[in-house]
Design a protein around this ligand. Sequence first.
Ligand code: FRU
Length: 511
Amino acid sequence: MNKSIFIITCCLFAATSFVACTDSNSEGEIELPTAPTTPDTPDTPSQPSDDNYTEQYRPQIHFTPAKNWMNDPNGLVYLDGTYHMFYQYNPKSNDWGNLSWGHSTSTDLIHWTEKNVALSPDELGMIFSGSAVIDKDNTAGFGKNAIVAIYTSADAYQQQSLAYSTDGGATFQKYEGNPVIKNTELADFRDPKIFWHEDSKQWIMSLALGWQYGIQFWASKDLKNWTKLSTFTTSISRCNRGQWECPDLLQMDYNGTKKWVLIVSVNPGGPTIGSGTMYFVGDFDGNKFTADALDYPLWLDYGADNYAGVTWSNTPGRTVYIGWMNNWQYAGASPVSPWRSAFTLPRELSLHEYNGKPLLCSNVVKELEASASEWKELTANAFDAANAYEVELTMPIDNDAEISLVNKEGEHLDYTLNAATNSIIAHRNNQTGKTSFNGNFSLPSVIAPLNTEGNSVTLRLYIDQSSVELFTGNGSMAQTLLVYPKSIYNSITINGKPATGRVRTIKSIWK
Ligand code: FRU
């Protein structure tokens, strides 16, 4: 069943009991059912295709599964020097369906090894998005340092379930008391993201309420028994144009103090078309999240292709985020095979003051540097762009400028730097590469504020076979776009003349 049919079916099923988001679930401790679940039989990892990751459009510096469909990142957790990344995965085809948790591991966030499928559908439904933590104090009783995953069991209703691994993520057992949060009322109730809240000494879960435009918070001492705390919502219309999904509540440093950031994916209703990722800055007191003023930009990324992103639950000293580099408007039609969908480059998030307010900044993790060559000056000639590369341009913003990425076939992705509005506008159209596979893919104007002060701006572009991620030098703006040119763009012009700046190639992560 495709995703929209599944969600519509669920909505119809639940329509008779549709209620307001605030108090429809039972308050207090959840009664645990006793029904056992079947043990998982992991599928084997998918194998690279014969082309060995060199098919047309195959990203060379972004994670993709060798084969098959992938959407949201799930269960991002770090244990004993290994980053674990789980994800919405269909082991059977490159269309959405049979949702399972695929699994890959890395020691540097850049090079990934695909593992067995970690969680497969069972009698409670498909395995929708969720998160994972390391239970270092054995609060759940599954074992010290168990990886505990919490995910949405998606059937006629969406409920929350647990699975755990005591062998470092090699295998997972589903908890026999699943679901740990039952639901027979809400149509949308999914994507649990948990963290340990030191002040109140309990686990906190954020849960998305979809079309009810809200995030619920729940608390637990043992990961099995959960109590509902509060619901965050807002009447701001720009936030309520689509379903709320994939929340992530984070504590971050800001100007010598601590602030809380609530990341929420919204679909449709993003900054351009379809899927987008917004955030709220505010405070969390162990019970309730309260947002500060909401009159400043609140998109984590101004492109069309960064959705359902969340952070690793335990990367000491930094907040590492990764997003699904796609958009529900056209993801199912993406002209790639045998895989479908990539993740963004992993990014470190930080909060910085801009115009007197906190701004969420994104910078590619430093680990990518190890794969980069020496910087070279950009020259009039096209440069070597065999796999992927990074370009840095510093430009005045007192006049408008046209920046074009061009390939040897003459296809081009153009950006307009607009001095008056201090913004940059990308033009993704049929000059850019293939767009005909879906009527929503062509986007004449993808507008992003530069969010910088002063007379010049540094732009950083990460260009791969089928994506361009643009950042301002300090990460105050990110704009992620998929593109499908016949070959990678391999020259840059500004106002029709060769650009000045610097470039460095980045080695393929598959070689
Ligand atoms: C977001 C999402 C989640 C859900 C998953 C299903 O992209 O819709 O809300 O858990 O995808 O694949």
